[in-house]
Design a protein around this ligand. Structure first.
Ligand code: SF4
Ligand code: SF4
Ligand code: FES
Length: 393
């Protein structure tokens, strides 16, 4: 097939920038990386890009196609070529370009190092000197975060990093969650304190682009939400972002709605709220905020309160609740139904997935688990399970 590419060339020494067009003959299975290899081999040896494994595991070949970060070796070109589309290929965003599609990863690694991306043991060593074993189900809670291959696609698309280049960023924060959620780590509170500081978790704008572009299903935004929830569970809630989130919960619990007019005083304090009175009045006059009194109480507010009580009684505040939510979504994605069947009955169906890990629940002895096991499907919503109920790869 013929594949057309428009590539942004850049020379950081001269500052020259040029959009160059290429057309290559490639096999129907070709990926973007294969096409770039053909360009380099047969058309223009000066084109610069990074690659190594060619199988979506080393994280080297991050770049943008039509303005969105991709792994070049994961991006098949067949449909693009069939549609007659000529995509624009450029370097990743939020990182300085060295040449063409090669970015300087130093700022990325600096942030990675800033979260101490290694285990700082806090458990008692087993007396027999043997390995410290953790149930696979417990580790499944941080399985998604452990999938990161440090490609930088999430960082490339991060809105918060565009406005504050010092923001710790989605990749480093996902890595931080991998250790905050590890039962063997002894520095959880110190880690959370640091992550609640300047340029930390509360700077995220929740645009979800990192989730959308991550090629490995890490869902960094979800990891940041888990860090926020765990911080509040541990009483680390001094940041305005934390206060904001707490008010969401209180508001939903008491009236079933988000009472926006009370958001500023509850989050920023009375003085700040008074300073913004004029702005609030303008909003009210334009019909942008509902009148605060009487507060509108949702008809089914009891449902909202019941949900709050359920989460509290099950001890699922903190990141455990979000992990359980992910598992529930994965169950739905993999065909678990709702109706007359109980959850246990659903899990007893022939070929059904094993019941996923539910925080604080006793795990039956001998339950299966582990990387590549059936439970993996439960921890990676949106990704293909490694094994299907019918068997096969
Ligand atoms: S959700 Fe947050 S971390 Fe993710 S890309 Fe948006 S601003 Fe960045
Ligand atoms: S979180 Fe995803 S997009 Fe970000 S560096 Fe890791 S693998 Fe790449
Ligand atoms: S070349 Fe390794 S991830 Fe693409």
């Amino acid at each position: 097939m013929k594949v057309g590419l428009k590539v942004w060339r850049f020379n950081s020494r001269t500052g020259e920038r040029e959009l160059q067009e290429y057309e290559v003959s490639a096999s129907e299975e070709a990926t973007l990386l294969d096409c770039l290899d053909i360009v380099k081999d047969q058309h223009d040896g000066t084109l610069a890009y990074r690659k190594s494994c060619r199988m979506m595991i080393c994280g080297s070949c991050g770049m943008r196609m039509d303005g969105a970060a991709v792994l070049a070796c994961k991006t098949r070109m067949y449909e693009v070529a069939q549609a007659g589309h000529v995509p624009v290929i450029s370097a990743m965003g939020n990182l300085p370009i060295v040449k063409d599609l090669v970015v300087d990863m130093d700022p990325f690694w600096e942030k990675f190092r800033s979260v101490d991306p290694y285990l700082q043991p806090g458990y008692d060593e087993p007396p027999d000197g043997k390995e410290h074993l953790i149930r696979q189900e417990r580790m499944n809670a941080i399985h998604k975060e452990a999938l990161c291959i440090n490609c930088g696609a999430c960082v490339s698309e991060c809105n918060a990093m565009e406005s504050d280049p010092l923001f710790t960023g989605p990749q480093a924060l996902a890595k931080a969650m991998r250790f905050v959620g590890d039962p063997r780590d002894g520095q959880k509170i110190a880690r959370l304190e640091k992550l609640n500081g300047e340029h930390g978790i509360w700077e995220c704008t929740r645009c979800y682009f990192c989730n959308e572009r991550c090629p490995k299903g890490v869902d960094p935004r979800d990891a940041i939400a888990k860090l926020g929830a765990e911080s509040m569970k541990e009483g680390i809630d001094r940041d305005m972002g934390a206060k904001h989130a707490k008010w969401f919960v209180t508001s939903a619990k008491t009236t079933g709605w988000l009472r926006e007019t009370e958001l500023v005083p509850k989050t920023q304090g009375i003085v700040s709220a008074i300073k913004q009175t004029r702005f609030a009045l303008d909003l009210a006059l334009k019909g942008k905020v509902p009148p605060p009194f009487p507060p509108h109480v949702a008809k089914d507010v009891k449902e909202s309160r019941r949900l709050y009580d359920l989460v509290r009684d099950q001890g699922l505040n903190g990141f455990a609740g979000i992990v359980q939510g992910e598992h529930a979504l994965a169950m739905l994605a993999h065909g678990a139904g709702v109706g007359d069947e109980t959850l246990d009955e659903i899990y007893e169906r022939p070929g059904a997935y094993h019941r996923p890990y539910i925080a604080n629940e006793d795990i039956p002895a001998g339950s299966e688990g582990g990387m590549g096991s059936l439970t993996q499907a439960d921890t990676t919503p949106g990704e293909q399970p490694t094994r299907k109920p019918e068997g096969g790869a």
